[in-house]
Design a protein around this ligand. Structure first.
Ligand code: ATP
Length: 136
């Protein structure tokens, strides 16, 4: 039985992670789910959230935006519109994105609310990961 699982996280900006891990915990659109080696295959959508993996007993934290995860017994592949490792999150940039999104949501017209809400969700999630999860 396989003890490791390959994890690939790919975005339009490039590959964010590609390595063997022990387990994965992701934010699916229906809620959090965990994957261990030999998991039955499934495909799910992801929403912006914390994405965790464990490698050699050490936790790895990522922000992963909207996307898909394809899970198989030996491999989990994530294709997301954006993703980065928690240590690469620029919290000031996320604060700026939050302010911009909040200002847009206050406007009455000519605003793409769905887009602004999604941007706000990404910014709040990045800030949460930095401040509450990795505690920077
Ligand atoms: P912004 O308005 O600041 O670009 P955004 O939420 O619109 O934020 P995304 O579309 O999610 O940005 O991501 C675009 C690219 O920028 C991705 O490669 C993503 O990893 C990176 N990125 C976005 N925000 C941050 C951040 N706060 N820290 C580090 N990388 C970021």
């Amino acid at each position: 039985m396989a003890e490791k699982l390959r994890l690939d996280i790919v975005t339009p900006y490039g590959a964010v992670f590609s390595d063997e891990v022990d387990e994965v915990t992701a934010t699916g659109s229906e809620g959090e789910f965990g994957v261990l080696p030999e998991h039955a295959p499934f495909v799910t959508t992801l929403r912006a959230g914390l994405f965790q993996a464990r490698k050699d007993g050490q936790p790895l934290y990522f922000f992963v935006g909207w996307g898909y995860a394809e899970v198989g017994p030996e491999k989990t592949a994530v294709l997301a519109d954006s993703a980065e490792r928690a240590e690469d999150i620029d919290v000031e940039r996320a604060m700026e994105a939050k302010r911009r999104a909040e200002d847009r949501l206050k406007e009455q017209e000519d605003v793409d609310f769905t887009r602004a809400e999604a941007a706000l969700e990404r910014a709040l999630t990045r800030i949460h990961i930095v401040e509450r999860v990795v505690g920077r």
